[in-house]
Design a protein around this ligand. Structure first.
Ligand code: ATP
Length: 299
């Protein structure tokens, strides 16, 4: 059974921005629920038969809330995110993004996307890739350039603005994709293992920056990860999924510091370790943390 009854009670208004932080436009006020998934199932037809990737998923993500999805490889995390992003359709059930069907939300560009594959346009420079969503929305050249410069500084790629994607490492390309997803200060970010290709130090820095940016801009985030500490550091709730057919096994609330106070010190905190343990136990279905779970990084 899906443990989602607490979903809509989630935190609403994000806290005030940290002093001295880079200022970003605040997402426009909208419906209190960013993502509403009701009884969603997804069955894929393959040559070998059917694969039930998701079974009766119920999940609500409040505006401004950070929710991570974690679970063993193949449990349907990416599929769920793709359905929310309107990259595929559910077999049954309903999804709403800020109260609208995913297709309408996609056309209105209600959300930014950063997926595993960076998906950059190879013929455009790094800066031009970051500017693309702004260009599509008719933002003027000067404003686009200023925004791209700000975002590239944020992801540590200022010196590479004029480079082309093939001249960057996989991790650097991923950072460009993250910068692009933030370009329009979306009210919702859909992120599928966006930090998977980064080295540990860059990854932690990006986590800290992301949590700060989201607190500041009021964006809700649905974040797929294989890392328990990453999920705990970033999230207000961690949704633990069970192996195929993907179901929500448990929703673990993370009661740590306010989002804009989640600094690196938190990673050493007893409350942080307690939350990591709670997620680990949920993943193992109460069987203890020494049972390996395929595809989940417990470090
Ligand atoms: N287009 C597709 N056609 C057929 N089966 C698919 C398709 N996409 C996903 N699946 C299957 O659906 C299940 C869920 O896949 P999904 O990629 O969502 O899992 P995941 O939890 O994101 O996995 P991982 O952690 O390894 O990235 C898997 O069994 C996968 O093989």
């Amino acid at each position: 059974m899906s443990d989602v009854t607490t979903a809509t009670e989630a935190t609403g208004t994000p806290p005030d921005a940290a002093p001295g932080a880079t200022s970003l436009p605040v997402a426009p006020a909208g419906p209190a629920t960013a993502v509403d998934v009701r009884g969603v199932s997804k069955v894929f037809a393959t040559r070998a038969g059917t694969v039930t990737a998701l079974d009766d998923i119920h999940l609500s993500v409040a505006a401004g809330e950070f929710v991570s999805l974690i679970g063993p490889s193949g449990c349907g995390k990416s599929t769920l995110l793709r359905l929310v992003a309107d990259l595929d359709q559910p077999t049954s059930g309903e999804i709403a993004v800020f109260g609208r069907p995913p297709r309408v939300a996609r056309e209105a560009q209600d959300y930014g996307i950063a997926f595993q594959q960076a998906g950059l346009l190879p013929w455009r420079s790094v800066a031009a890739n970051v500017e693309l969503p702004l260009e599509l929305h008719g933002v003027g050249r000067r404003e686009r350039a200023a925004r791209a410069a700000e975002l590239l500084a944020l992801v540590g790629l200022t010196e590479f603005a004029g480079h082309f994607p093939h001249q960057l490492s996989g991790g650097m390309q991923q950072r460009v994709a993250i910068a692009r997803s933030l370009a329009e200060s979306p009210s919702l970010l859909l992120m599928d293992e966006p930090f998977g290709a980064l080295d540990e130090m860059t990854r932690e820095r990006m986590q800290t920056e992301l949590v700060r940016l989201c607190a500041e801009s009021g964006a809700a985030v649905v974040f797929v990860t294989h890392s328990i500490p990453e999920a705990v550091f970033l999230s207000q709730r961690v949704v633990v999924m069970s192996p195929r057919p993907g179901r929500i096994a448990q929703v673990v609330p993370v009661d740590l510091a306010r989002a804009d106070e989640r600094t690196d010190d938190l990673r050493e905190d007893a409350a942080f370790f307690a939350a990591v343990t709670a997620v680990r136990e949920a993943l193992h279905g109460g069987h203890g943390a020494d049972v390996p779970t395929r595809g989940v990084d417990v470090r």
